[in-house]
Design a protein around this ligand. Sequence first.
Ligand code: DC
Length: 238
Amino acid sequence: MNIPDIIIAVDGYSSTGKSTFAKMVAKEFAFLYLDSGAMYRGVALAAMEAGLVQEDARFDEPALQALLPTLDLHFRREDGTTKLFLGERCIEPDIRTLAVSNYASPVSALPFVRHFVDDKLHGFAADGRVIMDGRDIGTTVFPNAQVKIFMTAEPVERARRRYEELIAKGEKVTLEEVAKSLEERDYRDSHRSASPLRQADDAYELDNTHMSLHEELVWMLGLLQGKFGLLESPRLSW
Ligand code: DC
């Protein structure tokens, strides 16, 4: 299907399946997938490794501000997907732990960190035909994105999905811990003053609590067909 070289913004709460959805759409329609949350996770990891986390998940802000320009955080396409690198080191596995998740949220509330990440994201997306997921892509990073999706799912379902993901990776966590972490992150992400999570006025809401991945893809196809007046219905790859 001939979709123009647009930017697709996918925002929503934690563990609503944004990245799974965005990766699937990227593969189906040959878009570059970029995970903006990975950048905040990368900054959090670097801050943790540099010993800049203080009590109550506070950061040594002057030291972090000095560290940022030295961080070579970038995405590379590998094995059909995009992975985050810090210099030559692939940090994908390191940034997906519960500890990094918990620090990524407070680090992302710091305005100077948001500027740093936004600049990088604009650079990565400069060539267009990008699908990017996060919390403020449709509202702040790319307010002119041609297609904006806002993903939601019921909290119990989100906690269950995240818990299973972490357990499959061998992390020792309880469902209660995961549910609590999600609740705290959602609260922080949507109540911070710098670019809080909210649905853009022109975003389409996708509640996937009871949807399969295939149903999500069919939903997206319908949206793109309607939006770009594409009459022909392409065969989906799955
Ligand atoms: O999507 P994620 O869970 O990987 O994101 C990690 C953290 O980064 C999350 O707590 C919120 C923050 N984030 C953000 O503030 N803005 C974005 N565009 C993406 C993520």
